[in-house]
Design a binder for this molecule. Structure first.
Ligand code: SAJ
Length: 439
């Protein structure tokens, strides 16, 4: 096994070029960390304008430090390209392309299939391939491995294939790419050894598992766990409102239990590019095995119904002032899917906006991080938030509680506030309808 030893030696001595395919919120931070470790890194992305931006040292990912990127580009340590043939000069390639859902909530693996086609073309002896995109269990072995072996090369002896889930939490002030434990599963022992040697340059802690399927399922369990518990919190909110009890008080009290409980909170629904999506990769896979993943489906049902629940709260509030949604002027505060970030992907605020509009309301939004949003065929821009003129709206809905919102001023000046995030906790006023709290 001299070959393995030589390969390991080269990796340990950083005599390798790492490639990252997909330069988004996962791929770009990862590429920058390899560059920071002094490893030549090539970023590959299909988006030419992104590639051009990066090669000018311009950063577009919130969690990446602008000066770090610039330094790597100026030193030639990191370069970006749209040319997949660069794989020929790459020793280890990490794949971090999107894995969304189709309209019918089925896995959409077109991005992985696109990469697969390039891998088949440019795979070469001793290439190490690590899939990071969240996907259904079996993708690595059933989709990627055959694409690599089409060339006649054998996984485990000529090329090395692994799965290692991304665990990037956008905007997290504590956990980032290098200090979040990294789960990794290889198709063979040698695959695992080599993949771990590559990641040991950038990850503080590696968590080897016995197979790529175990690694694929680890990620799905993590995010299914969140989706189901958020669904439980949302259903608790609905039940508490019917029982005349404040769900936020109940959750805070339950959270004092020092063991056996983990706090989740209700909200207007489930946003982001992970939690609403990932569990459906597992339930889809199970359907192909004739098994219904009931918890996943039920959680999705509860979570997806929350925007309508919020609209019912708005209707109740307006009704109290003898108004209807139809013809009312409504302002949504916060369109990003969670506080203090600029990402609106799958944001429930988008659903609330569309549902209110469909019922005849004139809807506006304010978001300090989101300047404009595309609704079907038109672009809507954020309005200025002038507390003194909030009474021009029949209802203000707090959909995402960005830290900078002055809740006291909002409550003081608005006619009616529907609070989906308990942002108004502590503000006593009969103008407030708080999701999960009796009026
Ligand atoms: N949400 C609730 N109630 C909660 C928690 C979240 O309604 O108790 C909503 C959020 O408002 C958001 C959605 O769920 O709309 C998702 O929120 P999230 O906190 O899970 O944030 P994400 O989507 O950024 O999830 C990421 C995930 N990271 C990865 O997949 C690598 C997730 O695994 C992390 O646990 C999560 O960040 C985190 O902890 O912040």
């Amino acid at each position: 096994m001299i070959e393995m030893e030589n390969l390991l030696k080269r990796i340990e001595n950083k005599e390798l070029t790492v490639g990252v395919i997909g330069l988004g919120y996962v791929g770009l931070p990862l590429a920058v960390e390899f560059g920071n470790a002094g490893i030549r890194t090539i970023g590959i992305d299909v988006n030419q304008s992104r590639v051009d931006q990066l090669n000018q040292g311009d950063n577009y990912i919130q969690d990446v430090d602008d000066s770090e990127l610039k330094k790597l580009v100026d030193a030639g340590t990191f370069t970006a390209t749209t040319d997949f043939s660069s794989i020929k000069h790459i020793d280890a390639v990490c794949i971090a392309v999107p894995t969304p859902l189709s309209k019918t909530k089925d896995p959409d693996i077109t991005y992985i299939l696109d990469v697969n086609r390039e891998l088949t073309k440019y795979v070469h002896k001793d290439l190490i391939i690590i899939l990071e995109s969240t996907t259904y269990p079996g993708t690595t072995r059933e989709l990627i491995q055959p694409a690599l072996e089409e060339s006649g090369l054998k996984v485990g002896t000529d090329v090395y294939l692994l799965f290692s889930p991304e665990r990037v939490d956008p905007g997290n002030p504590v956990f980032h790419t290098t200090n979040t434990p990294k789960v990794i599963g290889g198709v063979t022992e040698n695959c695992l050894k080599l993949g771990m040697a590559v990641y040991s340059h950038v990850m503080d802690k590696l968590v080897p598992v016995s197979s790529p399927e175990a690694a694929e399922l680890t990620k799905l369990l993590e995010n299914t766990f969140r989706s189901i518990n958020i669904g439980l919190a949302n259903e608790m909110a609905i039940m508490c409102a019917k029982l005349g009890v404040n769900v936020w008080e109940v959750i805070d009290a339950a959270a004092t239990k020092p063991f056996g409980f983990m706090k989740f909170t209700p909200g207007p629904g489930l946003g982001g590019h992970c939690i609403p999506i990932d569990p459906h990769y597992l339930s889809w896979k199970m359907r192909t095995l004739d098994y219904r993943a009931r918890f996943i489906e039920l959680a999705s049902e509860v979570n997806s119904a929350m925007p309508e629940y919020v609209v019912e709260l708005v209707a109740d509030g307006l009704n109290g002032a003898s108004k209807s949604i139809n013809g009312s002027k409504i302002l949504l505060l916060g369109m990003a899917y969670k506080p203090d970030i600029d990402d609106v992907r799958e944001s429930p605020a988008l659903d609330v906006y569309a549902l209110l509009e469909a019922k005849g309301a004139e809807v506006k939004f304010h978001d300090p991080y989101v300047s404009e949003i595309k609704f079907d065929s038109r672009m809507e821009s954020t309005v200025e938030l002038d507390h003194k003129s909030l009474d021009q709206y029949d209802c203000v809905v707090i959909t995402t509680n960005h830290s900078e919102y002055d809740i006291k001023a909002i409550v003081e000046n608005a006619k009616l506030v529907v609070d989906t995030r308990n942002a108004t906790a502590g503000n006593k006023s009969d103008k407030i309808i708080n999701l999960g709290a009796a009026r």
